[in-house]
Write a protein that binds this ligand. Structure first.
Ligand code: GCV
Length: 684
């Protein structure tokens, strides 16, 4: 009887631990705290937070003393800090908080303290939320908005809201994020109404102690839409006055308000072009309104021209001529690639080319084109590739990282990531999608970090094997959990490229939801550059978009060294081949195979990789709590099914053009093209 009671008690203890793991704690799961004495002269809300973090999460020597010191040091940039075993020194209080998070991270990763100066790569490290005021999230796959309530009419702020925003702010600060844009770039003008601004203020008040500034996306036609004016022409005096008054109103509520993010004259959003004005006219007018208060304008370069030219050329064509003409509080926000967050794109030719205008990279954390919150795709490898891309604009080694982080051009620096956060218990829908939020923050802080280091840290912090004691990464855990899971993460982006769009193929997904394959999608009357055949150009000769001199010549927008390299079939890296060239199905690839065969093998390999991830994950079951294990296992199953659909759809579709057989050592398609097309069977 006694043993039955003991068993029952133990069972429930184990069960409750398991149930507690819904992923809500993110990478901040430490459950141990030793004794620590904190010495600090200053007193403020930030210092209190820093002390609290130390006291609650200390994993260093029990009873140690640590000093927090604000003292000017020229080696330290912005909110950077100097970390020593028993001292954190910074120029600002926020720097101390970041130092505390770094120290605790190292302790929790079982590392010796790495004593050195830590400086941020970018001054502004921002999340962009595509959250609508009605509570929905554009391209959001993790529930509803954490900022706006369903329907949009209820703007009251509850204790629950504040708690959630507090947790969100803490998670961001722990990885160095210091700003957030809390509404969609497809912006409702209502965000600027007095009653909505009260909620913006409430959010800003909760985020402030963690050093996070609030920004909003604005609708360029707000003066007419909510201000009662007849026009929103940026050169009209009444319009100018309206924006100035609005800026004053905002700053009276939120003295440290960050500024505006603007999507203008793009995808149906209003902008200066509606009034016969330019991007410079629009951006500078807003910048002048914000300038007296210290605010900035982030003006997006994601535009479509009215002409249906090669879309890859459009941002550069519209913005490059304006280089040097923007006010000093304007930053141009540029997506990493020239089209739109594809699984793989070459870097946008604007990076390094606009030498007299600050440019900030925009990365997409939410997986719009990478399997939503169903596919396990770790994006750090993609971003590492982007940062390391050599623009050659100021000689060899002018990487995108150096062109944007102030190393080459001494300008304001910033970076944005489109958030993957929602009201789901685990914030991101997929437990592994949390790693992308984490990775974005870590890279925004230090764009030289390797994806391997980031994966290493994230796994240790997120699947920390200790339950109620100190961290203990045993050899067994490292060999049999850490290693295979890290490998799965590091391989996952390339796997997605393989089963979705290998060899430089792009924009061949289903229209609208952007989840499954749709290389056939086109509709009479729709502009060509919204259809998929426009991007792959498959015909009986071959496949791929010719962007060389004999095609759209988009290559001419790159530095000549890059253009030459990408422009020559013999030197163009195979991962960009079909991005830049229309290539014969019989073209000999590096492997010796023809292009068609290579394509077949790549698609098939992508599927096999996902099947391999399933095996890796099933093997680590004993190391993971049941909740997260099962959730990830189920998602991997769906990913494997979907990868198979991608392979079958693309190979059967392109086979209609190549008229060649799928090599016999590759598993046959298991779906019919007709069925996939008819059922849009991958709709999530
Ligand atoms: C917010 C793509 C997405 C849109 C997004 C747009 C943008 O087109 O599909 O949902 O709109 O990019 O970045 O503005």
């Amino acid at each position: 009887m006694r043993s039955l009671i003991l068993f029952t008690v133990l069972f429930f203890v184990v069960q409750s631990n398991v149930q507690a793991e819904d992923g809500h704690k993110l990478w901040l799961r430490n459950q141990f705290s030793g004794e620590v004495n904190v010495v600090c002269a200053g007193k403020s809300e930030i210092i209190d937070l820093a002390k609290k973090e130390l006291k609650n999460n200390w994993n260093g020597i029990d009873g140690a003393t640590i000093q927090l010191l604000v003292k000017k040091n020229n080696e330290v940039k912005g909110d950077g800090f100097i970390l020593e075993e028993n001292k954190i020194q910074a120029n600002t209080e926020l720097g101390l908080l970041y130092g505390v998070f770094e120290l605790l991270r190292q302790q929790q990763c079982g590392q010796k303290v790495n004593e050195k100066t830590y400086n941020p790569s970018y001054e502004l490290r921002l999340l962009n939320h595509w959250d609508n005021l009605n509570g929905s999230v554009e391209r959001g796959y993790a529930g509803a908005s954490i900022f706006w309530k369903k329907g949009g009419s209820d703007l009251t702020v509850s204790d629950y809201d504040k708690k959630l925003w507090h947790e969100y702010a803490r998670a961001n600060a722990s990885v160095g994020i210091n700003g957030t844009v809390i509404n969609n770039v497809n912006a409702s003008p209502n965000v600027l109404k007095a009653e909505t601004l009260q909620r913006v203020k409430a959010i800003a008040d909760v985020l402030r102690p963690f050093g996070i500034k609030v920004f909003v996306s604005i609708n360029f036609s707000s003066p007419a839409l909510v201000g009662g004016l007849k026009t929103s022409d940026p050169l009209n005096t009444e319009v100018i006055n309206w924006w100035q008054a609005k800026a004053k109103e905002i700053y009276s509520l939120i003295p440290d308000f960050g500024g505006f993010l603007v999507k203008a004259s793009s995808e149906g959003q209003p902008g200066p072009h509606d009034y016969g004005r330019s991007h410079v006219d629009g951006a500078n007018m807003l910048a002048d309104a914000l300038k007296p208060h210290g605010g900035i304008v982030m003006w997006r370069a994601f535009v479509y021209s009215a002409k249906e030219d090669d879309r890859a050329e459009q941002a550069y064509a519209e913005f490059f001529p304006f280089d040097g003409q923007f006010r000093d509080n304007v930053i141009i926000q540029v997506k990493n690639g020239p089209i739109d967050f594809m699984p793989r794109e070459p870097f946008s030719p604007l990076f390094g080319a606009m030498k007299n205008t600050p440019l900030m990279p925009e990365l997409q954390i939410t997986q719009e084109y990478l399997g939503h919150s169903i596919h396990l795709v770790f994006l750090a490898t993609m971003w590492e590739e982007f940062f390391k891309s050599d623009t050659h604009q100021e000689g060899p080694g002018s990487t995108v990282a150096k062109c944007t982080d102030g190393t080459i051009f001494k300008q304001k620096t910033a970076i944005a990531g489109v958030a993957n956060i929602g009201t789901d218990a685990n914030w991101c829908g997929h437990d592994f999608a949390q790693a992308n939020w984490y990775a974005f923050g870590r890279l925004a802080w230090n764009n030289q970090l390797s994806s391997e280091q980031i994966a290493d840290e994230w796994i240790k912090l997120t699947f920390n094997p200790d339950v109620n004691g100190k961290v203990n990464f045993s050899e067994n855990w490292t060999e049999n959990f850490m290693k295979p899971v890290k490998k799965m993460m590091l391989d996952s982006r390339e796997a997605a490229v393989n089963y979705m769009m290998p060899l430089g193929l792009h924009h061949i997904m289903q229209a609208h939801h952007h989840y499954g394959p749709g290389p056939w999608w086109e509709i009479e009357g729709v502009r060509k550059d919204w259809t998929m055949p426009y991007y792959h150009q498959a015909d009986s000769f071959g496949v791929g978009f010719n962007r060389t001199k004999t095609g759209s010549n988009a290559l001419a927008q790159y530095h000549p060294t890059v253009a030459e390299n990408f422009g020559d079939l013999r030197t163009c890296p195979e991962e960009y081949l079909l991005w830049f060239h229309h290539v014969s199905w019989n073209h000999k690839m590096n492997s010796g195979k023809t292009l068609w065969d290579e394509m077949c093998y790549r698609y098939d390999y992508g599927v096999q990789q996902v099947r391999g991830f399933q095996v890796s994950w099933d093997k680590v079951q004993n190391f993971v709590d049941a909740g997260r294990f099962t959730a990830v296992q189920r998602k991997l199953r769906k990913q494997a099914q979907n990868a198979q659909v991608w392979k079958d759809a693309c190979l059967l579709y392109f086979q209609q053009f190549s008229k060649q057989i799928i090599p016999f050592d590759i598993e046959r398609p298991i779906h019919n093209l007709d069925d996939i097309r008819k059922n849009d069977m991958d709709r999530p």
